[in-house]
Write a protein that binds this ligand. Structure first.
Ligand code: AMP
Length: 192
């Protein structure tokens, strides 16, 4: 089983690259951000509970996202593997993911860290706001999301580095050239 964590700041290109990797390796794409946005759109109880938190740029509670991921793992028993996009975002989530996978004798294969400088991240998110109209892509919320990333999510990189599962990837350049770097890292890690 190939379990890939795609890691990086908001705007680093996780969603775009996850879509390519999903097709190439026949994985289930698991984006907690997409699941939460769908919940908001359908105006479910969950959607109503998380709307304000998402609009502020803060993180939804570990309990809620871990539960969403547990449901996805359960509902895809025959999957060849998963590409986790935007999850885990805290060390507590990373520990929970390890536990959920190990209950089925599985583990994270590799964590790919997409590195993009902050100025470029802001530029990409402002562009995305114009194209997709995401409610959390305003300049104030973008700044707050980058701070939340540094404070709460960066420690997850150290967590995987200590397990020798972190691959640093240059996230600048064309989509195709970034994808080539990701594929090289995935193929290298899955041979080990
Ligand atoms: P994303 O599309 O991954 O940037 O997620 C959009 C928003 O959804 C984030 O700013 C958070 O409010 C929330 N969110 C998505 N994934 C997570 C997660 N793993 N943990 C906590 N909050 C999350």
């Amino acid at each position: 089983m190939l379990n890939i964590v795609l890691f990086g700041a908001p705007g680093a290109g996780k969603g775009t690259q996850a879509a390519y990797i999903k097709v190439r390796y026949e994985l289930v794409h698991l984006s907690t951000g997409d699941i939460l946005r769908a919940a908001r759109k359908s105006q479910s109880e969950l959607g109503k509970r998380v709307a304000a938190i998402m609009d502020s740029g803060s993180l939804v509670s570990d309990e809620i996202v871990n539960e969403l991921v547990a449901e996805q793992l359960k509902s895809n028993p025959g999957a060849k593997g998963f590409i986790f996009d935007g999850y885990p975002r805290t060390v507590a989530q990373a520990e929970t993911l390890d536990r959920m996978l190990s209950e089925n004798g599985k583990s994270v294969t590799v964590t790919l860290m997409l590195n993009v400088p902050n100025e470029e991240l802001s530029r990409r998110m402002i562009k995305r706001a114009q194209e997709k109209g995401r409610t959390d892509d305003t300049p104030e919320v973008i700044a707050s999301r980058l701070l939340v990333y540094e404070r709460e999510t960066m420690p997850v990189a150290a967590f995987y580095r200590s397990q020798e599962k972190l691959a640093d990837i240059n996230g600048l350049g064309s989509e195709g050239s970034v994808l080539d770097r990701l594929i090289e890292a995935i193929d290298g890690a899955s041979k080990r």
